[in-house]
Design a protein around this ligand. Structure first.
Ligand SMILES: [Zn+2]
Length: 320
Protein backbone atom coordinates (compact mmCIF):
# COMPACT_ATOMS: atom_id res chain seq x y z
CA UNK A 1 0.00 0.00 0.00
CA UNK A 2 1.30 3.47 -0.88
CA UNK A 3 1.53 5.90 2.01
CA UNK A 4 1.39 9.64 1.41
CA UNK A 5 4.70 11.45 1.77
CA UNK A 6 5.52 13.06 5.08
CA UNK A 7 3.80 10.55 7.36
CA UNK A 8 5.95 9.75 10.39
CA UNK A 9 6.44 6.06 9.62
CA UNK A 10 8.39 6.93 6.48
CA UNK A 11 11.25 8.16 8.62
CA UNK A 12 12.55 5.61 11.05
CA UNK A 13 15.12 6.97 13.49
CA UNK A 14 18.23 4.86 13.99
CA UNK A 15 18.30 3.09 17.36
CA UNK A 16 22.07 2.92 17.27
CA UNK A 17 24.22 6.02 17.78
CA UNK A 18 27.32 5.85 15.57
CA UNK A 19 30.66 6.77 17.16
CA UNK A 20 32.43 7.54 13.88
CA UNK A 21 31.96 11.35 13.55
CA UNK A 22 31.59 11.41 9.75
CA UNK A 23 28.93 8.67 9.99
CA UNK A 24 27.12 10.54 12.79
CA UNK A 25 27.11 13.63 10.54
CA UNK A 26 25.51 11.73 7.65
CA UNK A 27 22.87 10.34 10.02
CA UNK A 28 22.10 13.79 11.45
CA UNK A 29 21.71 15.22 7.95
CA UNK A 30 19.54 12.40 6.62
CA UNK A 31 16.05 13.81 7.17
CA UNK A 32 16.79 17.25 5.74
CA UNK A 33 19.32 16.44 3.06
CA UNK A 34 18.85 12.89 1.82
CA UNK A 35 15.38 11.62 2.72
CA UNK A 36 13.65 13.65 -0.03
CA UNK A 37 15.95 12.05 -2.58
CA UNK A 38 15.18 8.53 -1.34
CA UNK A 39 11.45 9.25 -1.49
CA UNK A 40 11.71 10.78 -4.96
CA UNK A 41 13.67 7.83 -6.34
CA UNK A 42 11.18 5.43 -4.82
CA UNK A 43 8.24 7.34 -6.29
CA UNK A 44 9.72 7.74 -9.77
CA UNK A 45 11.73 4.58 -10.34
CA UNK A 46 9.79 1.88 -8.52
CA UNK A 47 7.00 1.81 -11.17
CA UNK A 48 9.53 1.86 -14.03
CA UNK A 49 11.51 -1.05 -12.61
CA UNK A 50 8.34 -3.08 -12.06
CA UNK A 51 7.09 -2.39 -15.57
CA UNK A 52 10.43 -3.47 -17.02
CA UNK A 53 10.55 -6.71 -15.01
CA UNK A 54 6.93 -7.59 -15.80
CA UNK A 55 7.68 -7.36 -19.52
CA UNK A 56 11.23 -8.72 -19.59
CA UNK A 57 10.83 -11.59 -17.11
CA UNK A 58 7.22 -12.41 -17.96
CA UNK A 59 6.38 -12.40 -14.23
CA UNK A 60 3.92 -10.28 -12.28
CA UNK A 61 3.67 -9.45 -8.60
CA UNK A 62 0.52 -9.54 -6.55
CA UNK A 63 -2.26 -12.10 -6.34
CA UNK A 64 -3.84 -11.26 -9.65
CA UNK A 65 -3.79 -14.86 -10.88
CA UNK A 66 -6.93 -16.92 -10.54
CA UNK A 67 -4.73 -19.85 -9.51
CA UNK A 68 -3.57 -18.04 -6.39
CA UNK A 69 -4.32 -20.00 -3.24
CA UNK A 70 -7.21 -18.84 -1.10
CA UNK A 71 -6.30 -16.23 1.49
CA UNK A 72 -3.75 -14.49 -0.73
CA UNK A 73 -6.39 -12.33 -2.38
CA UNK A 74 -6.06 -9.52 0.12
CA UNK A 75 -2.86 -8.31 -1.51
CA UNK A 76 -3.08 -5.56 -4.09
CA UNK A 77 -3.64 -6.69 -7.63
CA UNK A 78 -1.26 -6.27 -10.55
CA UNK A 79 2.29 -5.28 -9.63
CA UNK A 80 1.38 -3.27 -6.56
CA UNK A 81 2.39 -6.04 -4.13
CA UNK A 82 5.74 -5.98 -2.27
CA UNK A 83 5.92 -2.63 -0.43
CA UNK A 84 9.24 -0.79 -0.01
CA UNK A 85 10.50 0.49 3.35
CA UNK A 86 13.43 2.88 3.78
CA UNK A 87 15.31 2.20 7.01
CA UNK A 88 18.67 3.32 8.54
CA UNK A 89 20.33 -0.11 8.56
CA UNK A 90 19.46 -3.77 8.94
CA UNK A 91 19.79 -4.50 12.69
CA UNK A 92 22.49 -1.77 12.83
CA UNK A 93 25.03 -4.43 11.84
CA UNK A 94 26.74 -2.33 9.21
CA UNK A 95 27.03 0.74 11.46
CA UNK A 96 28.44 -1.41 14.27
CA UNK A 97 30.97 -3.02 11.92
CA UNK A 98 32.12 0.42 10.71
CA UNK A 99 32.52 1.66 14.30
CA UNK A 100 34.42 -1.47 15.24
CA UNK A 101 36.81 -1.50 12.29
CA UNK A 102 36.98 2.15 11.19
CA UNK A 103 36.05 4.30 14.23
CA UNK A 104 37.96 7.43 13.12
CA UNK A 105 37.80 7.31 9.34
CA UNK A 106 36.47 10.49 7.75
CA UNK A 107 34.48 9.11 4.81
CA UNK A 108 34.08 12.54 3.21
CA UNK A 109 37.86 12.96 3.23
CA UNK A 110 38.38 9.49 1.72
CA UNK A 111 35.95 10.46 -1.04
CA UNK A 112 37.90 13.66 -1.69
CA UNK A 113 41.20 11.74 -1.76
CA UNK A 114 39.76 9.34 -4.34
CA UNK A 115 38.84 12.32 -6.53
CA UNK A 116 42.29 13.82 -6.02
CA UNK A 117 43.93 10.52 -6.97
CA UNK A 118 41.91 10.36 -10.19
CA UNK A 119 42.88 13.98 -10.99
CA UNK A 120 46.54 13.28 -10.27
CA UNK A 121 46.48 10.37 -12.71
CA UNK A 122 44.87 12.59 -15.36
CA UNK A 123 47.39 15.38 -14.69
CA UNK A 124 50.42 13.04 -14.88
CA UNK A 125 51.87 14.64 -18.06
CA UNK A 126 52.22 17.95 -16.22
CA UNK A 127 54.54 16.30 -13.67
CA UNK A 128 56.49 14.18 -16.15
CA UNK A 129 59.14 16.61 -17.41
CA UNK A 130 60.69 17.81 -14.16
CA UNK A 131 62.37 15.54 -11.54
CA UNK A 132 61.11 17.65 -8.60
CA UNK A 133 57.54 17.60 -9.83
CA UNK A 134 57.84 13.91 -10.62
CA UNK A 135 58.87 13.19 -7.02
CA UNK A 136 55.99 15.25 -5.63
CA UNK A 137 53.53 13.48 -7.92
CA UNK A 138 54.78 10.03 -6.92
CA UNK A 139 54.78 10.97 -3.22
CA UNK A 140 51.19 12.23 -3.31
CA UNK A 141 49.94 9.12 -5.10
CA UNK A 142 51.77 6.79 -2.69
CA UNK A 143 50.47 8.71 0.32
CA UNK A 144 46.87 8.73 -0.94
CA UNK A 145 47.06 5.05 -1.87
CA UNK A 146 48.31 4.15 1.61
CA UNK A 147 45.66 6.26 3.33
CA UNK A 148 42.80 4.77 1.29
CA UNK A 149 44.25 1.27 1.74
CA UNK A 150 44.50 1.40 5.53
CA UNK A 151 41.04 2.98 5.88
CA UNK A 152 39.23 0.73 3.46
CA UNK A 153 35.54 -0.10 3.82
CA UNK A 154 36.38 -3.57 2.50
CA UNK A 155 36.70 -4.85 6.09
CA UNK A 156 33.10 -4.19 7.16
CA UNK A 157 31.89 -5.25 3.71
CA UNK A 158 33.62 -8.58 3.53
CA UNK A 159 32.59 -9.30 7.12
CA UNK A 160 28.94 -8.80 6.24
CA UNK A 161 28.84 -10.03 2.67
CA UNK A 162 31.31 -12.84 2.37
CA UNK A 163 31.29 -14.68 5.68
CA UNK A 164 29.84 -18.12 4.93
CA UNK A 165 26.36 -18.42 6.38
CA UNK A 166 26.17 -14.66 7.04
CA UNK A 167 25.87 -13.73 3.41
CA UNK A 168 23.53 -10.77 2.92
CA UNK A 169 22.79 -7.70 0.88
CA UNK A 170 24.22 -4.71 2.75
CA UNK A 171 22.24 -1.92 1.04
CA UNK A 172 18.84 -3.54 0.98
CA UNK A 173 16.92 -6.75 1.52
CA UNK A 174 14.00 -8.69 0.17
CA UNK A 175 12.08 -10.59 2.83
CA UNK A 176 10.61 -13.90 1.73
CA UNK A 177 8.20 -14.38 4.62
CA UNK A 178 6.00 -11.31 4.17
CA UNK A 179 7.33 -10.23 0.77
CA UNK A 180 8.59 -6.71 1.25
CA UNK A 181 11.72 -4.79 0.29
CA UNK A 182 13.87 -2.69 2.62
CA UNK A 183 16.47 -0.11 1.55
CA UNK A 184 19.17 0.84 4.09
CA UNK A 185 20.11 4.49 3.83
CA UNK A 186 23.14 4.58 6.15
CA UNK A 187 25.22 1.95 4.29
CA UNK A 188 24.21 3.67 1.03
CA UNK A 189 25.19 7.16 2.26
CA UNK A 190 28.53 5.93 3.64
CA UNK A 191 29.40 3.84 0.60
CA UNK A 192 28.49 6.55 -1.93
CA UNK A 193 30.49 9.18 -0.09
CA UNK A 194 33.46 6.83 0.27
CA UNK A 195 33.44 5.59 -3.35
CA UNK A 196 32.32 8.84 -4.96
CA UNK A 197 29.20 7.19 -6.39
CA UNK A 198 26.12 9.30 -7.20
CA UNK A 199 23.58 8.57 -4.45
CA UNK A 200 20.46 8.86 -6.60
CA UNK A 201 21.62 6.22 -9.07
CA UNK A 202 22.94 3.98 -6.33
CA UNK A 203 19.44 3.92 -4.80
CA UNK A 204 17.93 3.04 -8.19
CA UNK A 205 20.45 0.23 -8.56
CA UNK A 206 19.75 -1.27 -5.13
CA UNK A 207 15.99 -0.94 -5.60
CA UNK A 208 16.28 -2.74 -8.95
CA UNK A 209 18.35 -5.52 -7.32
CA UNK A 210 15.94 -6.13 -4.45
CA UNK A 211 12.85 -5.94 -6.66
CA UNK A 212 14.47 -8.52 -8.95
CA UNK A 213 14.60 -10.90 -5.93
CA UNK A 214 10.93 -10.12 -5.26
CA UNK A 215 9.90 -10.92 -8.85
CA UNK A 216 11.95 -14.12 -8.89
CA UNK A 217 10.40 -15.33 -5.64
CA UNK A 218 6.83 -14.02 -5.65
CA UNK A 219 6.29 -13.15 -9.31
CA UNK A 220 3.71 -15.31 -11.09
CA UNK A 221 4.41 -16.69 -14.54
CA UNK A 222 1.64 -17.17 -17.12
CA UNK A 223 0.68 -20.44 -15.37
CA UNK A 224 0.41 -18.69 -12.02
CA UNK A 225 3.58 -20.33 -10.65
CA UNK A 226 5.88 -18.66 -8.12
CA UNK A 227 9.24 -19.93 -6.74
CA UNK A 228 8.61 -20.98 -3.12
CA UNK A 229 11.91 -22.93 -2.87
CA UNK A 230 14.02 -19.89 -3.82
CA UNK A 231 15.36 -19.33 -0.25
CA UNK A 232 17.14 -22.70 -0.50
CA UNK A 233 18.80 -22.01 -3.87
CA UNK A 234 22.56 -21.31 -3.95
CA UNK A 235 23.60 -17.65 -3.38
CA UNK A 236 25.27 -17.64 -6.83
CA UNK A 237 21.91 -18.48 -8.41
CA UNK A 238 19.85 -15.94 -6.43
CA UNK A 239 22.36 -13.08 -6.55
CA UNK A 240 23.49 -13.92 -10.08
CA UNK A 241 19.90 -13.65 -11.35
CA UNK A 242 19.25 -10.42 -9.39
CA UNK A 243 22.44 -8.84 -10.74
CA UNK A 244 21.58 -10.02 -14.25
CA UNK A 245 18.08 -8.55 -14.39
CA UNK A 246 19.00 -5.33 -12.64
CA UNK A 247 21.79 -4.93 -15.21
CA UNK A 248 19.25 -5.45 -18.01
CA UNK A 249 17.22 -2.63 -16.49
CA UNK A 250 20.33 -0.43 -16.37
CA UNK A 251 21.03 -1.34 -20.00
CA UNK A 252 17.54 -0.22 -20.99
CA UNK A 253 18.04 3.21 -19.39
CA UNK A 254 21.75 3.97 -19.64
CA UNK A 255 21.41 5.84 -22.91
CA UNK A 256 19.21 8.46 -21.25
CA UNK A 257 20.99 8.22 -17.87
CA UNK A 258 24.69 7.33 -18.27
CA UNK A 259 25.24 7.97 -14.53
CA UNK A 260 23.06 4.92 -13.79
CA UNK A 261 25.59 2.72 -15.59
CA UNK A 262 28.49 4.33 -13.69
CA UNK A 263 26.75 3.67 -10.37
CA UNK A 264 25.89 0.08 -11.31
CA UNK A 265 29.46 -0.75 -12.32
CA UNK A 266 30.93 1.06 -9.29
CA UNK A 267 28.73 -0.89 -6.92
CA UNK A 268 29.32 -4.28 -8.53
CA UNK A 269 33.06 -3.56 -8.34
CA UNK A 270 32.81 -3.32 -4.56
CA UNK A 271 31.14 -6.71 -4.33
CA UNK A 272 32.59 -10.16 -4.62
CA UNK A 273 31.72 -13.84 -4.75
CA UNK A 274 28.10 -14.68 -5.45
CA UNK A 275 27.30 -11.20 -6.79
CA UNK A 276 30.01 -11.32 -9.43
CA UNK A 277 29.12 -14.86 -10.56
CA UNK A 278 26.86 -13.20 -13.14
CA UNK A 279 29.98 -12.09 -15.03
CA UNK A 280 30.75 -15.77 -15.79
CA UNK A 281 27.69 -16.13 -18.03
CA UNK A 282 26.13 -12.69 -18.62
CA UNK A 283 27.77 -11.81 -21.91
CA UNK A 284 27.58 -15.12 -23.76
CA UNK A 285 23.86 -15.69 -23.30
CA UNK A 286 20.93 -13.79 -24.80
CA UNK A 287 18.22 -12.42 -22.52
CA UNK A 288 15.81 -15.07 -23.85
CA UNK A 289 18.30 -17.83 -22.98
CA UNK A 290 18.70 -16.49 -19.44
CA UNK A 291 14.93 -16.17 -19.13
CA UNK A 292 14.44 -19.80 -20.17
CA UNK A 293 17.12 -20.96 -17.70
CA UNK A 294 15.32 -18.93 -15.02
CA UNK A 295 12.01 -20.66 -15.87
CA UNK A 296 13.78 -24.04 -15.49
CA UNK A 297 15.37 -23.01 -12.18
CA UNK A 298 12.02 -21.89 -10.78
CA UNK A 299 10.43 -25.21 -11.81
CA UNK A 300 13.21 -27.28 -10.23
CA UNK A 301 13.01 -25.51 -6.88
CA UNK A 302 16.29 -25.22 -5.00
CA UNK A 303 19.31 -25.55 -7.28
CA UNK A 304 23.07 -25.24 -6.79
CA UNK A 305 25.42 -23.19 -8.94
CA UNK A 306 26.48 -26.14 -11.14
CA UNK A 307 22.87 -27.13 -11.86
CA UNK A 308 22.06 -23.54 -12.81
CA UNK A 309 24.99 -23.40 -15.24
CA UNK A 310 23.77 -26.68 -16.78
CA UNK A 311 20.34 -25.06 -17.26
CA UNK A 312 21.95 -22.06 -18.93
CA UNK A 313 23.76 -24.43 -21.31
CA UNK A 314 20.51 -26.28 -22.00
CA UNK A 315 18.66 -23.00 -22.66
CA UNK A 316 21.41 -21.96 -25.05
CA UNK A 317 21.17 -25.30 -26.89
CA UNK A 318 17.36 -25.16 -27.12
CA UNK A 319 17.12 -21.55 -28.29
CA UNK A 320 20.29 -21.61 -30.40
ZN1 LIG B 1 20.64 -9.79 -3.46
Amino acid sequence: MQRPMGTPDLFEQARYTPRNPSVAKLLAEYSSRYMPLFERVKGEWDPLIREFYRNAMGLSLGASSRKAPAGRGKKAAGDAGVPIQIRPDRDDTFLRAVDEMLPDVDFARIGALRELRASLHKAAPHFAGDPGRQRAHAWMLTDIEAHIGTNSLEGPFSTLMNTPGKHRDVFGSYFYADQHVELYYMPLLIYCEYRGIDLQWAIVKVLAHELAHAYHHAGRDSDGRTWPAMPKAAPEVKEGLAEYWSERFVRAHEHAYPALRTAYDGMLEGKSGAYRSVLEWRDDHTQEQVRLAMVMVRKHGAVDHAAFKAMLAEAKRVLG
